[in-house]
Design a protein around this ligand. Structure first.
Ligand code: BGP
Length: 489
């Protein structure tokens, strides 16, 4: 049996896409609350009010990149649909949902805490009701023997910090974040053992994710430096709060293959992969790698650091790498090569592989490749904390949802991960498929793009009563977990 007995099978979600209750229990607004729904090839809009009082909107692109004018503040327009406001209402359904997760046999559940539920302005303002909400959630999970796996920050920022501090471009935000993280780590120190600091740190770039109003390289990398320092401080602090904490980083992993064996294509794929590896080199190895420092020089980026920042980064390295894997891509210097959509970037089409209905390349073997490359390079345990197929589901007349396409996708990826463990010797902690219950899509803001084993009656026009129903994949995944990955159907 390739997987250890305590392998963490489960599922994953994020607060801003699942929780809802955006104004309940004393929660403050977050940037994502001012981002509308979109659609396939129809961008989500960030809505704002300028210094002069004009209301405007600005698109986020497929890479979730997008800015609003300098000095503008997030603004919620009346009569506009904002999917995160209710999302799929975990806030009021957590008991029902956790009972369903337990029926599937989940050993763990990956979720995020909403920063503005704990600190409504993101500063030193504590909201006890918000803390109690997560107490209830964690107690409910533990009642069923499900380990919470907590992302401290998943793509959202208290709106106040974006409006008043220009988000992570301000150094002060490090202290605010550390205060928030310290609060939750203390509060839940006997309930939560597995933590990740920032979701997909390597793609954070837009106003809605990190509160910045410009994303030129200088502003962006300065903000990322602040995020690195904050994360490293939190890792060190977490270990002092509870030495049993297991604290990881989290990155979006999309391995890129050279389109041909032409050395230029190979170099291009090295360049593409380094854009991601940079974040892992800093957070796992504890230093800024030479190739990035050279790139900074070429771009004229000058990171402002305090004296002991590099020391903090060196000391605050993580215990494991959590990562999302949905697809691979290819690199080429041929600008005419065919393009397709990707997880937060436009990708080149791989002629040997098919794509999902949303244009994402489907490549199970790419997961084995990613696991092997990561383990060989970093030698730390790995945790696949996101993987899955976004697809439009149909409810049949008799109420069934026959999502065989999802089963096929997941089966292929589980086989690949088994091979990585069995044949390549990769140390893998667990597997949490993305959106284990239907949630709002991050990239498109849609409900139509669904990932779950559990269907939620919620639609893009804002209708739906939030009732839950099992899809065919529910029982399939239950068997996978019960057999520890042996029975894949
Ligand atoms: C990852 C994010 C998730 C997420 C997932 C699927 O990049 O961490 O938040 O939603 O991608 O993307 P999408 O929702 O755009 O299909």
């Amino acid at each position: 049996m390739p997987f250890p007995k305590d392998f963490l099978w489960g599922g994953a979600v994020a607060g801003n896409q699942y929780e809802g209750g955006y104004q309940s229990g004393g929660r403050g607004l977050s940037t994502l609350d001012a981002v509308t729904g979109g659609g396939y090839k129809k961008p989500r809009m960030m809505t704002y009010r300028t210094k002069e009082g004009q209301i405007g909107e600005s698109p986020i692109d497929s890479s979730l990149t997008g800015q609003i004018p300098e000095g503008a503040v997030g603004f919620i327009k009346p009569d506009t649909f904002y999917p995160s406001h209710m999302a799929t209402d975990f806030y009021h359904h957590y008991k029902e949902d956790i009972a369903l997760f337990s029926q599937m046999g989940f050993k763990c559940f990956r979720m995020s805490i909403s920063w503005s539920r704990i600190c409504p302005k993101g500063m030193y303002d504590l909201n006890e009701e918000g803390l109690e909400f997560y107490d209830h959630v964690f107690d409910e999970l533990l009642k069923y023997g499900i380990e919470p796996v907590v992302t401290i920050n998943h793509f959202d920022m208290p709106l106040y910090l974006a409006d008043h501090y220009d988000g992570w471009s301000s150094r002060e935000v490090i202290d605010f974040f550390v205060f928030y993280a310290k609060t939750v780590m203390h509060r839940y120190k006997d309930k939560v053992k597995y933590w990740m600091t920032f979701n997909e740190i390597n793609v954070l770039s837009s106003w809605c994710q990190i509160g910045i109003h410009r994303n030129d390289p200088q502003t962006l990398y300065q903000a990322h430096h602040h995020i690195f320092v904050a994360s490293a401080k939190v890792v060190e602090l977490g270990h002092s709060i509870n030495p049993d904490f297991i604290i990881g980083m989290m990155a979006a992993v999309t391995p890129s293959y050279p389109m041909t064996c032409k050395p230029e294509d190979v170099m291009e794929s090295i360049r593409f992969n380094r854009a991601r590896e940079f974040y892992m080199d800093v957070q796992v190895k504890g230093y800024y790698p030479a190739y990035k420092l050279k790139e900074f020089q070429r771009m004229g980026v000058n990171i402002v650091m305090e004296d002991n920042d590099l020391d903090i980064i060196r000391k605050g390295t993580v215990d494991f790498i959590g990562f999302s894997y949905y697809m691979s891509t290819v690199s080429t210097t041929d600008s005419d090569a065919e393009k397709t959509e990707g997880n937060q970037f436009t990708a080149f089409k791989n002629p040997y592989l098919s794509t999902s209905d949303w244009g994402w390349t489907v490549d199970p073997m790419g997961l084995r490749i990613a696991l092997s490359q990561l383990y060989d390079r970093y030698h730390v345990p790995l945790f696949i904390v996101e993987n899955g197929l976004g697809a439009a589901d149909t409810v049949e007349d008799d109420g069934q949802i026959l999502d065989d396409y999802r089963i096929t996708y997941l089966r292929g990826h589980i086989k690949a991960m088994k091979e990585a463990v069995e044949l390549d010797g990769v140390e893998l902690m667990g597997y949490t498929p993305w959106g284990c219950i239907d949630i709002v899509s991050a990239g498109t803001g849609e409900m139509k793009k669904r990932y779950g084993f559990i269907y939620v009656e919620r639609y893009d026009d804002g209708t739906g009563d939030f009732s839950r129903r099992k899809k065919k994949s529910f029982d399939w995944y239950k068997k996978v977990i019960a057999s520890n990955g042996e029975e894949l159907g």
